[in-house]
Design a protein around this ligand. Structure first.
Ligand code: GTP
Length: 322
């Protein structure tokens, strides 16, 4: 595996690349741990840094500092004048003791979608979901602990990860997904199109995601960003403890109907627009990447109605509700 620093539009992150013994693909983890870039917390609450156990391990007794720097096993931030930062002893496994009330990290398991992420296809919201997940994980997390000092800030810097799985087309691959799109153009929905091609509606697995999260010590007590009940169940079967499911509201549905805001999500921020209407920040504007259109609406409705996604339907007109 290897790691490098990636500045994102929403803040700094570290990209980890994993090989595995199940397939020949390179799966990824984008780790967001903003505390590593901030002043020490004044809340009295601190979280252990998010580090990869396998990356921090000593791979070879002869490996040099430069070897460790090149593969990403350094601590801190590299610069032209700061290069001697390879300090494996700092690796926090097991995690350092922390104060009470450390907020749970926010995790998103994302599946590859060339059409939605790279080409900007308006058939799905995958590109928008990836951007929104990084934005939400980068947001400061409210601290509810009694240990927060009087007058101290009530948040700690955002922390969590996007696990990017190379499971294009819900696991059927790009070629089959393109064939499925042609069937969808004939009027079939995304589930039926898969079935007509002899595939399952969803052929993804989450063992590799769980293994990556274990490597990052992010498998116990996480908040999971998803609407997909199968994903929650699969990760729980892999031994993960999920303390909260945080919904992903499509930006276009939220923008058209602010009442869709889901209660109980710590990740959503409410603001008032110029007409005094409450909206969820990011639902309309963040990155300017809100996808909308008839194809997307049909796709999202199918996910709710046939795949059981936990999201209130956005209805365009009373006729659509029948
Ligand atoms: N076969 C097929 N795959 C699609 C289609 N549209 C998007 N995908 C794939 O679906 C995957 C994303 O799945 P989603 O159902 O959007 O999301 P999810 O991860 O199951 O659920 P959430 O966590 O709630 O977002 C990616 O691998 C996309 O390539 C489609 O029409 N057909």
């Amino acid at each position: 595996m290897a790691r490098t620093r990636i500045p994102t539009p929403h803040g700094p992150a570290f990209l980890h690349l994993y090989h595995n013994s199940r397939d020949t693909k390179e799966h990824l983890a984008l780790v967001i741990d903003s505390a590593q870039y901030s002043e020490p917390s004044e809340t009295g609450v601190s979280a252990p840094p998010i580090r990869s156990h396998s990356l921090d391990a000593i791979w070879d007794e002869d490996e040099t500092d430069m070897d460790r720097i090149t593969r990403g096993a350094y601590v801190g931030r590299l610069s032209a004048t700061t290069q001697n930062v390879s300090t494996p002893a700092i690796a926090p496994h097991p995690p350092a003791p922390t104060s009470d009330g450390v907020p749970s990290p926010l995790i998103r398991i994302h599946s590859e979608c060339f059409t939605g992420e790279t080409v900007g296809s308006m058939r799905c919201d995958c590109g928008e979901q990836l951007d929104e997940a990084i934005r939400l994980i980068s947001q400061p997390i409210p601290v509810t602990s009694l240990s927060t000092l009087p007058g101290a800030p009530s948040t700690i810097p955002g922390r969590g990860a996007v696990i990017y799985l190379r499971q294009e087309g819900r696991g059927i691959g790009l070629l089959s997904k393109i064939r499925a799109y042609n069937l969808q153009d004939l009027g079939h929905d995304t589930v039926t199109a898969n079935l007509m091609l002899g595939h399952g509606a969803d052929e993804r697995g989450y063992e590799i995601a769980a293994a990556i999260l274990r490597d990052l010590a992010l498998d116990d007590g996480v908040r999971l960003l998803t609407n997909n009940p199968d994903k929650v169940e699969a990760l729980q079967k892999e031994g993960m403890t999920i303390v909260e499911r945080v919904p992903m509201v499509p930006r276009s549905w939220q923008a058209r109907n602010p009442n869709l805001q889901l209660a109980g999500s710590a990740a959503t921020e409410v603001w008032q627009d110029k007409d005094g209407v409450e909206r969820v920040a990011g639902a309309t504007l963040i990155g300017g990447n809100s996808v909308h259109g008839a194809d997307l609406d049909k796709y999202l409705r199918t996910k709710v109605l046939r795949m059981g996604h936990m999201l209130p339907l956005w209805m365009e007109s009373p006729e659509q509700q029948t």
